[in-house]
Write a protein that binds this ligand. Structure first.
Ligand code: GLU
Length: 559
């Protein structure tokens, strides 16, 4: 028997399958021309990063819009870094954002014909491939310890050689097969390395879907493909998984670009067709301390965690919308022309992706969310606010549930009109701005506002007069503009100008203007100077409540 084969059988006595068997087990997918198969391949090492959601959204949209498949593979081969339960959490969060994979690891179970989708369950597949590499003389056991490798690296540094396990520095390449067999039989610990045939002097040319044509240095590293714990490294797993799962487009973070020559050599050696690659630039931010651009950091930036936006009550649709503006430079122009279209009617392309990492801009997220929230109808915003409150602010949830109908009315103020009011950025903004609608909370606000913000230039007596006359003469039944005209008349009869211009032209002649009249009422009814539309407030409170509040306010001021 061939020596390589003896070695392969010694290392993998139980592996009887061949690559051909695997090809049969995982046949080509039956998809229409142009359908893309993409994936999100998270490692279960923590929370869902905003940058990962960005890349995932891109992967998902490309698959969906081409009639393809988007699947999830859990890359859990680095068991030291694993955070218990985080795989499921990642999936729950994606689902929360409406990103539903077609197949793969789904958090509590797996679906699809190309599994297992959890790498730690795919050992047999990796071993079949690695065994094949040993048989053809393209993989070998390496007995170097971590210290040996570190020693070599230091020597290389000292003598100005490029660091790494390659060429003449690949010590265990020189170990004969007989010796290797002997050492394995003696129980020595080892890893398996790929035997590269590349040359550092050569260039390879690869087309990246985002970055275009790239000239890269050919790989000559004998990288580790199987660790001493029997698990594969990223490189080997990537080749096996994306091949047998028939990924058409590997869309991943650009930190993987330097490894691309390794992957090209692995795919070629195995006779696997190379997928298309797209390396996505990382999302950046401007560092608050030194003003420079840097990667959004898991450690330093609260906004790096998607959960931050959820807790804060940013609408998911607004956040996704923002990510789409980062993905494609033409998204905003499209949105301007199609303000009410479903955001996923937009076609995502690689061409419109930036080569440089986009800047993550929380102010812009705010603006987009404000706009999207203002476009929801009263039922949509009420339902979403309640769902958010149920999870993050139970006090607010019980306030909503006191009288859901009443809450919906409040949410309907200046909504479903041509220019809806943009008062909320996040669901967490709502509670404080609508508290005054609830009598007990209004009373608390009164108690907590020892000095009400009435205009000091208007006397106490005039303020009281405005309130009293309003009670006598308010007219609501003919609609808002009649109501306002009547309010102007009330003001005018008490010495207030009916508009600001009139007032400004002759300040001495007036006590103030119609805005001041409205402001007196606003403060009396809400304790605040900034509120939604006054007419709507009066309507929603109803006659009994607003009369009670105004009478009460007259008493307070009179004291
Ligand atoms: N598990 C890898 C990571 O977390 C996946 C990279 C890829 O998409 O291939 O970065």
């Amino acid at each position: 028997m061939d020596d390589n084969k003896i070695l392969a059988d010694l290392i993998f006595p139980n592996i009887t399958k061949t690559i051909e068997d695997l090809e049969k087990e995982y046949p080509k997918r039956n998809l229409p021309e142009g359908a893309m198969v993409t994936r999100f391949a998270p490692s279960p090492t923590g929370f869902l990063h905003s940058g990962s959601l960005y890349t995932t959204l891109l992967n998902w949209r490309l698959a969906k819009q081409s009639g393809g498949i988007f699947y999830i593979r859990l890359e859990d081969t680095d068991q030291k870094r694993e955070v218990e339960g985080s795989g499921k959490e990642l999936l729950d969060q994606l689902k929360n954002f409406g990103i539903e994979p077609d197949e793969g690891y789904l958090g509590d179970h797996e679906e699809g014909n190309y599994g297992p989708y959890i790498q730690s369950k795919r050992s047999e597949i990796y071993d079949v491939v690695i065994k094949h590499l040993i048989e053809i003389g393209r993989a070998y056991p390496c007995f170097c310890t971590a210290e040996d490798v570190e020693d070599t690296r230091r020597k290389q540094e000292r003598n100005k050689f490029r660091p790494g396990y390659y060429g003449r520095f690949a010590t265990c390449r020189k170990v004969s097969i007989e010796e290797a067999i002997e050492r394995i039989k003696n129980g020595e610990s080892y890893v398996l390395r790929f035997k590269s045939m590349g040359n550092e002097e050569n260039k390879i040319s690869v087309v990246d879907e985002i970055k275009g044509k790239l000239e890269l240095t050919e790989n000559d590293l004998d990288i580790v493909i199987r660790k001493s714990d029997g698990l594969p490294t990223y490189h080997l797993a990537h080749a096996c998984d994306d091949h047998f799962m028939h990924t058409t487009h590997v869309i991943r973070g650009e930190e993987w670009l330097p490894s691309l020559p390794i992957h090209v050599e692995l795919f070629n050696t195995l006779g696997f067709e190379l997928p298309k690659y797209a390396h996505v630039a990382s999302v950046n931010k401007i560092d608050q301390e030194n003003g420079t651009k840097r990667k959004l950091s898991k450690r330093k930036d609260k906004e790096a965690a998607v959960s931050y936006f959820l807790e804060q009550g940013y609408p998911k649709s607004g956040f996704l919308e923002y990510l789409l503006t980062l993905i494609n430079s033409n998204y905003e122009a499209w949105r301007d022309v199609n303000p009410d279209a479903d955001k996923y009617d937009f076609t995502v392309t690689f061409e419109k992706m930036g080569v440089d990492g986009p800047l993550f801009d929380v102010l812009k997220i705010d603006n987009i969310c404000k706009d999207r929230l203002s476009r929801l109808n009263k039922n949509q915003i009420s339902e979403l606010a309640l769902a958010w409150a149920n999870e993050y602010d139970t006090e607010f949830a019980s306030l909503i549930n006191r009288d859901y109908e009443y809450f919906t009315k409040i949410m309907n103020i200046e909504r479903e009109i041509e220019k809806p009011r943009k008062d909320y950025t996040r669901f967490s903004d709502i509670k404080n701005s609508i508290m005054f609608f609830y009598d007990d909370l209004y009373e608390d606000m009164l108690k907590n506002t020892p000095v009400l913000p009435f205009n000091e230039n208007i006397s106490k007596e005039d303020t009281i007069l405005v309130l009293k006359t309003f009670l006598e003469r308010n007219k609501m039944d003919e609609g808002e503009s009649e109501w306002f005209n009547n309010l102007k008349e009330i003001g005018s009869s008490l010495g207030f100008a009916t508009n600001n211009k009139e007032y400004k032209a002759n300040k001495e002649a007036y006590k103030g203007h119609i805005g001041d009249v409205a402001q007196i009422l606003r403060i009396a009814l809400t304790t605040k100077t900034q509120t939604p539309n006054l007419f709507n407030i009066l309507e929603i409170l109803g006659k009994d409540k607003y009369e009670y509040r105004i009478n009460n306010m007259i008493n307070i001021i009179s004291k």
